[in-house]
Ligand binder design. Sequence first.
Ligand SMILES: Cc1ncc(COP(=O)(O)O)c(C=O)c1O
Length: 368
Amino acid sequence: MPMRFSERVAGIEISGIRKIFEAAGPGSINLGLGQPDFDTPQHIKDAAIAAIREGKTGYTSNNGIPELRTAVCKKFRKENGLVYDPDQVIITAGASEALHIVMQALVSVGDRVLCPDPGFVSYNALATLAGGRPVSVPLARDLHIDVEQAKGLMDGARLLVLNSPGNPTGAVESKESIRALVEYAADKDVTVVSDEVYEHFIYGGEHWSAGRFGDNVVTINATSKTYAMTGWRLGYLAAPDEIVGQCIKVHQYCQACATSISQYAAVAAYEGDQHMVKVMRDEYQARRDIIWRGLSGIGLEFPIPEGAFYAFVPMKPEVAQKIIESGVIIVPGSAFGVNAPEYARLSYATSRENLDRALDRIRSVIGG
Ligand SMILES: Cc1ncc(COP(=O)(O)O)c(C=O)c1O
């Protein structure tokens, strides 16, 4: 007898990105990764070690330790102009869990969930797992969200996912676009899920938190990218009381609480010296310049990435394939939805030397 699986799970695919890593030859240069190549700053590690030494190793309260929720609220106020109460914050296992519990709490069977396409791979899958129907929100040619098209899809939708700075595009949305979308969504009774994990890596323009423009917003963030802490699995969501009251149920039953040790480390991240964030930002910007100049120099033209650590470059799938075969792992646009099959994502979260070597290999494929 064949095994039986739930339609929700059988209906989604394992991320296309993993398949590419598996197919890449030995000695490949990896421009496929979506994680910082920096180490977590020492004072954050020290706080985790101290937490272990002090025996802070049991369950915490479901929504997270009060000192972390307070630190997150201080950060929101100072960096984002957002006013949340610590009771309106849930500490999660990375932004990924925050996205999951929001979808589970807000999406009913058949609800439309508007997701940027091309966009981060999880949005569609998590909407589907929640029983919803993901709907692609197309981007304009400059890779920014097409506000008018997005508005046109909002009638009857349940959620709109915003992600600025964006993965895979590196686009940073303007204050005007974010305000227009949040206000229009409020009129249409659509809740906005704002994924802001790349907020500190911006090299042009400014970060605007969607929550500045309305109460119909769930703000999602994490220590993962900002503090080079992807493996610590520490993120959070913040939202009005009613939404948090439903999300906490999902979190309680699927996670109980975020890792206690990571929570103490995150307090040190938010309360401690922020110098390393600037160091990382400046290094990403220098690499962004290297990759943009290098690719433009061989005739691959695209708007200069404004944020995150990705270049999203127009190229035919055959060319992307040849680049992968030449020993540079990149991710074809088809991994990020249906709208950008003739693009590829190149991550510059790798050393300048690796970028130079990768550019040489790409040059030999393109023949520039
Ligand atoms: C846009 C975006 N959101 C969320 C995540 C997941 O973050 P976390 O590692 O905190 O779960 C990623 C990871 O690549 C991402 O690119």
